[in-house]
Ligand binder design. Structure first.
Ligand code: FES
Ligand code: FES
Length: 159
């Protein structure tokens, strides 16, 4: 039996009838148009399905939406890459660093980078690697991705 799920995604509030076993990943893709949220492994091991969930203090933390029952996020505020502003410094840094090949993994990495930089605006290289350790890139652009996150940190530090 379905329940009504109220969810704010990238500033838009949805009220959706969802099944008790509906996954957040599927709700975001099918009902909120967030096709940047991708299924890679489906078992919490690749990070392609990462979204950010807002907290009461305004902080946001990452969630693997492939493992998340949608109804657990009743009333939550979510951010996906579609909700980032034009000229987002992390996205710009990824482009400038040539961090994208097929691009499948990139939204997850971008959101993880946002989470890291919100917690630690000046991460050491090892801290960047550590924070991104749960995200996989089959194209192997890890070096460029880490360089992009470091560049975004520098850019945000200047602004
Ligand atoms: S699809 Fe969710 S972690 Fe891989
Ligand atoms: S750019 Fe292809 S999987 Fe990462």
């Amino acid at each position: 039996m379905g329940s009504l799920l109220r969810l704010t995604v990238n500033g838009t509030t949805y009220e959706l009838p969802v099944a008790a076993d509906a996954l957040l990943l599927d709700v975001l893709r099918e009902h909120a148009g967030c096709t940047s949220v991708r299924e890679g492994c489906g078992v919490g091991a690749c990070g392609a399905c990462t979204v950010l969930v807002g907290g009461p203090d305004g902080g946001r933390h990452s969630v693997s939406s492939c493992l998340a029952l949608a109804l657990r996020y009743q009333g939550a505020e979510l951010t996906t890459v579609e909700g980032l502003p034009a000229g987002d410094p992390v996205v710009e840094a990824f482009v400038a660093a040539g961090a994208t090949q097929c691009g499948y993994c990139i939204p997850g990495f971008v959101l993880m980078a946002h989470e890291l930089l919100a917690e630690n605006p000046d991460p050491a290289p090892a801290e960047i690697v550590d924070h991104l350790a749960g995200n996989l890139c089959r194209c192997g652009t890890y070096r460029e991705i880490c360089a992009a996150v470091a560049a975004a940190a520098q850019e945000e530090g200047r602004s």
